[in-house]
Design a protein around this ligand. Structure first.
Ligand SMILES: Nc1ncnc2c1ncn2[C@@H]1O[C@H](COP(=O)(O)OP(=O)(O)OP(=O)(O)O)[C@@H](O)[C@H]1O
Length: 325
């Protein structure tokens, strides 16, 4: 869906922001660009919607070179969400979200309906929030309005630059979860900039780690990035707690469950879904006094998980990861 080939950006003052960047993003994929401050993540994002022109290389969206397209039109067709949200302070929330469909030439009535639908989708009840002004909303709520507005024109591509950077960690987790659900539902292709490796591995189907001087250090799935960092820089950036982070990306393995024999469903105080990750399973287990968690598929219990089961699942996943690398 998006293809960058040999893309570079050197600013007028000689700063090399991005070097020889090759990056493919598949349709419907969520790709995170992550790295320390100043390594060219925002510059890369802004080259995709032509807020910044590359010095070298080509950028294609859906097979079409973006440099051949009218930048205003291009930006109208690509959703863009930034940390400072950029809501119009003197317009009510509904009017803020209606802006983009109106720009696309839709009728007021259509735009109003679409805006209400979008507010609902991002978890803001229109009956409660549509008539408020931006300053009457919390930071997290404003951020959701920003996401709703960017999605209002059903863009095939959404660019997000640290969209959840300014909200507290708990709200951020919730926004991340909601955004994952939304992205899955809408099937939109997303490029998401963050400097937070935890956010990147949580959200990304694939993660691009940028190093100093705008060099792409590794582009991989979260599991491989954490399990097999390409070099010392990536290993360092991923950090010493990568073992714990890895838990967040490894699925629970049903082979490591123990049978329900002798355990009555009514005695289990905690249960998780069989689609959970090892990290989620561990979190539930740690909160349970008995050290045993029921695992469900739909409404049915399919087994129980104990600390030993988690340990076995983790060992097996790491062995498998080492084999494919
Ligand atoms: N207009 C500009 N003129 C000159 N240099 C610039 C300009 N904009 C950005 N830079 C430089 O380009 C490099 C990359 O900046 P960019 O904003 O892309 O990094 P980033 O990875 O997004 O950083 P952060 O995480 O801090 O937002 C930095 O060294 C920055 O100082």
């Amino acid at each position: 869906m998006i293809r960058l080939a040999g893309v570079g950006k050197t600013y007028d003052d000689g700063t090399v922001a991005v070097q020889q960047l090759d990056l493919d993003v598949r349709r419907g994929e969520l790709v995170c660009l992550v790295g320390p401050s100043g390594c060219g993540k925002s510059t890369t994002l802004k080259m995709i919607n032509r807020l910044i022109e590359p010095t070298t290389g080509t950028i294609e969206i859906d097979g079409r070179d973006v440099t051949g397209q009218d930048p205003v039109r291009l930006r109208r067709d690509i959703g863009y969400v930034i940390q400072q949200v950029g809501l119009f302070p003197h317009q009510k929330i509904l009017a803020n979200v209606m802006t983009v469909p109106l720009l696309h030439g839709e009728s007021k009535e259509f735009a109003r309906g679409r805006a209400r639908e979008l507010l609902e989708l991002v978890g803001l009840d229109p009956a409660r929030y549509a008539d408020r002004y931006p300053h009457q909303l919390s930071g997290g709520q404003q951020q959701r309005v920003g996401v709703a507005r960017a999605l209002a024109a059903k863009p095939p591509v959404l660019l997000m630059d640290e969209p959840f950077g300014a909200v507290d960690p708990l709200v951020r987790l919730r926004l991340q979860d909601e955004f994952l659900r939304l992205q899955d539902e809408l099937g939109v292709t997303v490029v998401f900039v963050t400097h937070d490796i935890d956010e990147a591995v949580r959200l990304g189907d694939r993660v691009a780690v940028f190093g100093p001087g705008g060099r792409l250090a590794q582009y991989d799935t979260p599991a491989r990035l954490l399990g097999r960092p390409a070099d010392d820089f990536v290993a360092d950036f991923v950090g010493s707690t990568s073992g714990l982070r890895r838990l967040q990306v490894i699925p629970l393995d049903p082979a490591h469950l123990e049978p329900m024999d002798g355990v009555r469903a009514g005695d289990l105080s905690a249960a998780i879904d069989v689609d959970a990750t090892l990290g989620e399973a561990l979190a539930v287990l740690l909160n349970d006094d008995r050290g045993v968690v029921g695992v469900k598929q739909g409404a049915q219990f399919v087994g129980v998980l104990t600390p030993n089961g988690i340990h076995r699942a983790l060992r097996a996943a790491l062995a498998e990861m080492a084999q494919v690398s």
